[in-house]
Design a protein around this ligand. Structure first.
Ligand code: GLV
Ligand code: GLV
Length: 314
């Protein structure tokens, strides 16, 4: 009998279509609990908060498929999986628009001080329209710098057309198909009014936005992060926000999730969301569908389309 462990509750209508013959464990689990359940499992659907490393895989020798319920898979030791012939799959494409939409939500909210305005309204102390009340940054016609030129970065840039923005991107690869200018990181940070991060978390991108990066940004600039928290050195960001080195930040992800420094929680210059990038009904349904498909194809000895270490099996 095939055993599949799902480390969280998936949308019911998607789960209903999974083969009845599978033994399924489906509940919210911590990484140690997940490992316990996976010792005799053929496949696991895990979350970005689950750490799947070599010790986990050694404890779960029957595992053939690790389907991450996320597009980012920095929580999985890919080399460890590859050397053990474990297929690692993610959920690309289906959450691209949802994540770009959320990055724009943060961009507009931080630029136009939406949460400060709402807090003022809810405090009951709004005394009426004032010429200098909660002035923010111009979005239309501004410069958007996109870090990471993958599916989500491009979707972010596409939306900027409607705002008449100039777009530049920073990426190790040149994209001949776009009018957006490629810039080295430092140049992009100097040039941009809005910087939005859309790269994966890797050894190369960890701490990439550090004190020296923040130091070259415009004092009117807004920094948006919907990728992974550790791409930004959070301590350096706090300094930059507190000293008004940059205008504001819009954050969906954090260095030590779910812990968020109190200074950020209390700062009026930061818009904070609880990692909601892909949190639409539609995206989550499609992500669950992709995970189910990856498990079905993967345990049958084939390589799923969304397998990120496919080269190992060819
Ligand atoms: C969410 O952060 C994802 O990587 O899908
Ligand atoms: C603002 O409400 C305006 O009418 O300019």
């Amino acid at each position: 009998m095939v055993k599949v462990v799902i480390g969280a509750q998936l949308p019911a209508e998607v789960r209903a279509s999974w083969p009845k013959a599978w033994e399924i464990v489906e509940q919210r689990l911590t990484t140690p609990e997940l490992e316990e359940q996976c010792r005799d499992a053929d496949a696991v659907v895990c979350l970005l908060s689950h750490r799947i490393d070599s010790a986990f895989l050694d404890a779960c020798q029957r595992l053939r498929v690790v389907a991450n319920y996320a597009v980012g898979y920095n929580n999985i030791d890919l080399d460890a999986a590859s050397t053990r012939d474990v297929k690692v799959c993610n959920t690309p494409d289906v959450l691209t628009d949802a994540t770009a939409d959320l990055a724009w939500t943060l961009l507009l909210s931080a630029a136009r001080r939406v949460t400060e305005g709402q807090n003022l309204m809810r405090s009951g102390s709004w005394a009426g329209w004032q010429p200098d009340q909660l002035l923010g940054q111009r979005v239309t016609g501004a410069n958007l710098g996109v870090i990471g030129w993958g599916r989500i970065g491009k979707a972010m840039a596409k939306r900027a057309e409607g705002f008449g923005m100039q777009v530049a991107y920073c990426s190790p690869r040149h994209d001949p198909s776009t009018d957006a200018r490629q810039m080295p990181l430092r140049k992009l940070l100097e040039w941009a009014d809005f910087v939005s991060i859309h790269c994966p978390l890797t050894e190369a991108t960890k701490g990439m936005i550090d004190a020296s990066a923040l130091a070259v940004m415009k004092s009117t600039a807004v920094l948006i992060n919907t990728s992974r928290g550790p791409v930004i050195d959070e301590t350096a960001l706090i300094d930059a926000i507190e000293s008004r080195r940059i205008f504001a930040a819009g954050m969906d992800v954090y260095e030590h999730e779910p812990k968020v420094p109190t200074v950020l929680l209390n700062s009026p210059h930061v818009v904070l969301l609880p990692h909601l990038g892909s949190a639409t009904f539609n995206a989550r349904r499609e992500m669950a569908r992709l995970c189910g498909e990856a498990v079905r194809v993967g345990i049958n000895g084939k390589v799923p389309d969304n397998c990120v270490n496919a080269e190992v099996f060819q």
